[in-house]
Design a protein around this ligand. Structure first.
Ligand code: ATP
Ligand code: MG
Length: 401
């Protein structure tokens, strides 16, 4: 089947006027960014929908494959062209239906006759096309209410466009329409999913990772880079800030009693993350925390950790079950990377019985004996920054969604 264009339906778009314009402009720019390797792509943005065209069949396949990763698209339909002749239109409709694996039994034809000079009326076109379809597909019946398939015909000046398939988009809002946040990205399952959820809300992301060589290996860092790269497939570059965390972790081991060392570790991570956030002009911090999952994720712990900053901490997974998070990680293609067996800086230093209800005053008291603030500033200054995708031409999208 030769598709001539793709019809894009916008996602959540309750806003009007100027905001609507910003939304469509942003979506258009993001689609251009996602398909920089498709130079034949032409976009036409309208108020209620957008059309993508390409002259190359291969490029059309690329569009069809990758479009479900672009946020801000509710659904899209491949559309085929036909001459403005009733038989030609019916033939294309039949061709399209032949392409679909027909599991359902009912269909209807809808017609939008924008070119009023077309000699047949809407219901005549409907009737003629439907009867040809019925003749061709024996198992199919016409049904106006909730049919399995809808053949959409639009008659314009330049010709007729026909579609019969609606493909689910990624939903959400175009990345960049809701400011920038800093994602605390570990090598685990949760934080990449949290990042995905925020990207889906239109938030642009930088990521921060705490690395403690030689306790954590170069391979564990590679794993985090792979995760940052995977997140960048969802339509925006992701910068990764890698913080040298060894000195601080060793100081914590020496200075802080074991049962609250986890709380102090988290507090310092958050403090450092907040400095980086300010530096890059981001508005919030995102984590993969989920209530009750581990000792550091009780409400008491979260409160003690959170005390170091008044910056909004976004925790999109806070009420999510682990099984749901795992399913999401599998869907977005980060799970396989997350379960690679490389150690994380926290699992190495994690005490056997961390307090689930740490006392803030005690934690503050122990921390006061060490120059943690200076160490934090030094770590921020000595961070390495990477940018993903590294090379725009090679985007491995194969195992995505
Ligand atoms: P994850 O699967 O995201 O690692 P987790 O269930 O293992 O989460 P923790 O290890 O307690 O939970 O981490 C809680 C959150 O703290 C993570 O989701 C992440 O946002 C942040 N975090 C933990 N370790 C690091 C790290 N080394 N660098 C950056 N952020 C981290
Ligand atoms: Mg973890």
């Amino acid at each position: 089947m030769k598709w001539d264009k793709l019809l894009i339906r916008y996602g959540e778009l309750s806003t009007k006027g100027r905001n609507r314009r910003q939304f469509t402009n942003r979506l258009r720019d993001n689609i251009r960014f996602s398909f920089e390797d498709v130079p034949t792509l032409k976009l036409q943005a309208e108020r209620d929908r957008m059309f993508l065209r390409t002259t190359s069949e291969e490029d059309m396949q690329t569009l069809l494959k990758r479009l479900p990763t672009v946020f801000g698209i509710q659904s899209f339909s491949p559309v085929a062209y036909a001459e403005k002749d009733i038989d030609a239109i019916a033939n294309v409709a039949i061709d399209i239906l032949s392409e679909i694996e027909l599991t359902g039994k009912t269909f209807k034809v809808t017609v939008k006759r924008s070119d009023k000079s077309f000699p047949l009326e809407t219901n005549e076109i409907q009737h003629l096309v439907a009867s040809q379809v019925l003749r061709k597909f024996e198992g199919l019946k016409a049904q106006m209410k909730n049919p399995d398939y809808t053949v959409r015909i639009e008659i314009l000046k330049e010709g007729a466009y026909i579609s019969a398939q609606t493909i689910q988009g990624a939903g959400g809002m175009p990345v960049g329409s809701n400011g920038r946040s800093l994602l605390m990205l570990s090598g685990g399952i949760d934080s990449p999913v949290a990042g995905y959820q925020m990207l889906k809300r239109g938030v642009r992301l930088d990521a921060i990772h705490f690395h403690s060589p030689p306790y954590t290996s170069e391979r564990s860092l590679d794993k985090v880079k792979m995760l940052a790269e995977k997140l960048s497939h969802f339509g925006a570059t992701v910068r990764l800030h890698v913080i040298p965390f060894t000195e601080i972790q060793e100081a914590i081991q020496q200075q802080i009693p074991k049962n609250v060392s986890m709380t102090t570790t988290r507090r310092l991570m958050l403090k450092i993350a907040d400095q980086v956030r300010e530096d890059i002009g981001a508005l919030a911090i995102v984590t993969g925390e989920s209530l009750g999952q581990v000792a550091s994720q009780t409400l008491e712990s979260l409160t003690a950790i959170n005390e170091v900053t008044s910056t909004p901490i976004l925790r999109p997974l806070i009420a999510e079950d682990k099984t749901t998070i795992i399913r999401l990680a599998q869907e977005i293609g980060t799970y396989e990377t997350s379960i690679l067996p490389f150690e994380d800086c926290c699992t190495i230093f994690v005490p056997s019985s961390p307090k689930t209800k740490p006392k803030l005053e005690k934690v503050q008291f122990y921390e006061s004996f060490e120059a943690f603030d200076e160490m934090a500033e030094k770590a921020v200054a000595n961070r390495d920054v990477y940018r993903f995708p590294e090379k725009k031409e090679t985007k491995p999208f194969d195992n995505l969604l």
